[in-house]
Design a protein around this ligand. Structure first.
Ligand SMILES: O=C(O)c1ccccc1NCC(=O)[C@H](O)[C@H](O)COP(=O)(O)O
Length: 241
């Protein structure tokens, strides 16, 4: 059985590494330099970095210089998220050298463009399915964007390679992942799923690992690492097979 991939998160707002609660603008706790955080996760043995431009996601500007600096400094694979919604932002994101990008709002608001870029870029494109209940949320998780399962069926048919599934109610809360949601999504798609939001303990990571046979490929970990609930070294050991 393949081991669960871990993706430590660096969410960037106004040039700083931050964590939000429920992804809400204004709920930031700041954790300093995004580059220092990313280098720390890399040194600790991460194989992936989940890097988010929150200003681009919220439409309050962007952190392109910081994102490029961090991506350029990484020897590990980078998954880039936040505000990638058209050709220009996609080209800029891919030009950083990241391994793949997450599209969120665009998958809800620009389905034809998303089908086109999935066809062009294959597994360099993942779609973030960010939900409250089973309702998708776009524009930095501030607006409803349709039904999870209808959108998933459409994206599957278009050849989407992978989904990053976030229960917004759990995100940044240290309340544990929504394992039921992950199971439900895995039951209706054969594409790999990356779990995001709520991880609070090594037991949470072990519980997500048990879903690898059902299709969960990875888990994003943010707040728990910054809050020092465990170290990344401990997390990597917990999911090693
Ligand atoms: O990813 C986005 O585009 C995004 C947009 C708006 C608000 C938050 C967004 N992402 C947050 C993350 O990806 C978190 O880093 C991740 O879910 C980790 O959550 P947690 O482990 O609960 O801190």
């Amino acid at each position: 059985m393949p081991k669960l991939e871990l993706l430590p998160a660096v969410d960037v707002r106004d040039g700083q590494a931050v964590r939000l609660v429920h992804g809400e603008s204004g709920s930031e706790t700041s954790y300093g330099s995004p580059l220092e955080a990313a280098l720390a996760w890399q040194s600790a043995g991460a194989e992936w970095l989940h890097l988010v431009d929150l200003d681009a996601a919220f439409g309050t500007g962007d952190n392109r210089d910081v994102i490029s600096e961090v991506t350029g400094a990484m020897d590990i694979k980078v998954e880039l998220s936040g505000g990638i919604r058209d050709d220009a932002s996609l080209e800029a994101a891919l030009a950083t050298g990241c391994r793949r990008v997450n599209l969120g709002t665009a998958a809800l608001e620009s389905p034809e463009w998303v089908a086109k870029v999935i066809a062009e870029h294959g597994d360099k494109i993942a779609v973030g399915l960010d939900v409250r209940g089973t309702t998708l949320r776009g524009r930095g998780w501030t607006r409803d964007g349709g039904d999870l399962y209808e959108t998933l069926a459409r994206l599957d048919a278009e050849g989407c390679a992978r989904y990053v599934v976030t229960d917004i109610a759990k995100d940044g809360t240290l309340q544990g992942p929504n394992l039921g949601l992950l199971r439900d999504v895995c039951a209706v798609t054969d594409r790999p799923v990356v779990a995001s939001g709520g991880v609070s303990s090594l037991d949470d990571l072990r519980a997500i690992s048990l879903l690898v046979p059902e299709g969960v490929e990875g888990a994003i970990v943010g707040k728990a690492l910054y809050a020092k609930a465990f170290t990344l070294e401990e997390a990597l050991k917990a999911v090693a097979v």
